[in-house]
Design a binder for this molecule. Structure first.
Ligand SMILES: Cc1cc2nc3c(=O)[nH]c(=O)nc-3n(C[C@H](O)[C@H](O)[C@H](O)COP(=O)(O)O)c2cc1C
Length: 164
């Protein structure tokens, strides 16, 4: 059985709910980054999730603990990211925090998987998107909460197929 870890930061609970759903699909409990330790960043598949706050910033608990990710040895490790944001209220910084997590993880040698198409989203700019693709799973419970579960379901299937 592969060792899967899901680590999230959440201020009002939407990222926490998504993390719980993702973790349940792998039969594990999600870990709040506020309580995370360096050991939590060792896995066969590491899944990291953050909402975006301010204008394109990491969620507060992630901001406080980003050193754990900056110092993690992720060489060759499968890593996937997800983010919660508001594509209409914050159309220029939609899910930027997910982009920060992805960039930091890649800088530590991660093999980033779980990219998704940005088609059908209404944002105008995102640090998490490039050439029509998000670096991970972009969720929006402010405007499209009805799509969250199906988006998670499809994404998890894709990640499972990569785990073998
Ligand atoms: C003050 C404030 C700033 C926000 N800034 C952004 C932003 O820059 N980009 C974005 O995509 N969403 C932004 N959001 C939306 C949140 O990311 C969204 O509500 C998210 O679901 C919150 O998740 P959480 O409760 O798990 O922290 C902002 C929300 C608030 C209230």
């Amino acid at each position: 059985m592969a060792n899967v870890k899901v680590i999230f930061g959440s201020t009002t609970g939407t990222t926490e709910s998504a993390a719980a759903e993702i973790a349940a699909a792998f039969g594990v409990q999600a870990i709040n980054v506020a309580n995370a330790t360096a050991d939590d960043f060792k896995a066969d598949l590491l899944i990291l999730g953050s909402s975006t706050w301010g204008l394109g910033e990491l969620q507060d608990d992630w901001a406080a603990k980003i050193g754990l990710l900056e110092n993690a040895d992720l060489n060759g490790m499968l890593v996937a990211v997800f983010g919660l944001g508001d594509q209409s209220g914050f159309a220029d910084t939609y899910c930027d925090a997910m982009g920060i997590l992805a960039k930091t993880a890649k800088g530590r040698g991660a093999n980033l998987i779980g990219q998704t198409s940005a088609e059908g989203y209404g944002h105008s700019s995102s640090a998490a998107a490039e050439d029509g693709m998000f670096c991970g799973l972009a969720l929006d419970d402010n405007n499209e909460s009805e799509k969250t579960s199906s988006r998670i379901g499809a994404w998890v299937e894709n990640l499972k197929s990569r785990l073998g």
